[in-house]
Design a protein around this ligand. Structure first.
Ligand code: SF4
Length: 215
């Protein structure tokens, strides 16, 4: 078994059956929720999407929305003004360019407002069950601390390296497990190293061992 898979196994033991913490009930809601989650927590996004989806339940209603009204729904999350603009533009582009159907592949999805590679990968993996690894801040930090990817790698290089490191059938689950491990254990500031089973594999632990054990 290769080293990366061994590490993934340990992480999946800590977070078995990891799944997204965003609330959604269809492809439209999933896509909007993921767009809104950029630089915002899932919890804060869940607080606004209930009312937003009650009023704008599909791309048709959202495409005709008044941006000021959408801003009011979103004003407790970060970057709400640009997100309001983006999701209305997204809805119009889906109608104009894709006959009202949200695309089922990364290449088309990334042509839409508010959607980058990470969002597109989450959508195809979550809804269309196409294996994908979406690299967000948690996935990137964890895989660098654990030396699965090089520190210098950008997001696309990180995604490609992780795809080589893990078996394809485990990509989507690996994405969820790495996110939860990064969110709750291997946090950006003060990670829970003392109880982490991956100390011996970890660059961060090696570097900060003395201060971690002293605390
Ligand atoms: S030892 Fe600490 S920094 Fe390293 S993987 Fe575990 S929690 Fe993260």
């Amino acid at each position: 078994m290769n080293r990366s898979v061994r590490i993934l196994n340990e992480i999946e033991k800590l977070y078995p059956n990891a799944e997204t913490e965003l609330n959604f009930s269809n492809l439209y809601e999933l896509t909007i929720a993921v767009i809104l989650s950029a630089q915002s927590t899932d919890i804060s996004v869940n607080k606004v999407t209930g009312d937003l989806f009650a009023k704008y339940s599909d791309v048709e209603t959202l495409a005709k929305a008044d941006v000021k009204d959408v801003e009011k729904h979103l004003n407790t999350i970060g970057l709400y003004r640009s997100k309001a603009k983006n999701i209305i533009a997204f809805a119009n582009q889906v109608i104009d360019n894709f006959d009202g159907k949200i695309p089922d592949n990364v290449e088309d999805l990334i042509t839409l407002s508010g959607i980058g590679r990470k969002t597109a990968n989450v959508v195809v993996s979550e809804h269309f069950k196409i294996p994908a690894i979406a690299v967000d801040t948690h996935v990137e930090r964890v895989s660098k601390r654990l030396k699965i990817v090089r520190e210098s790698y950008n997001v696309v290089e990180t995604e490609k390296r992780l795809m080589r490191a893990f078996p394809k059938e485990r990509w989507s689950q690996a994405h969820h497990s790495l996110i939860l491990f990064g969110r709750y254990t291997c946090k950006a500031i003060k990670p829970n190293c003392k109880t982490c089973p991956l100390q011996s594999e970890c660059k961060y632990f090696t570097k900060h061992k003395a201060e971690i054990l002293k605390d």
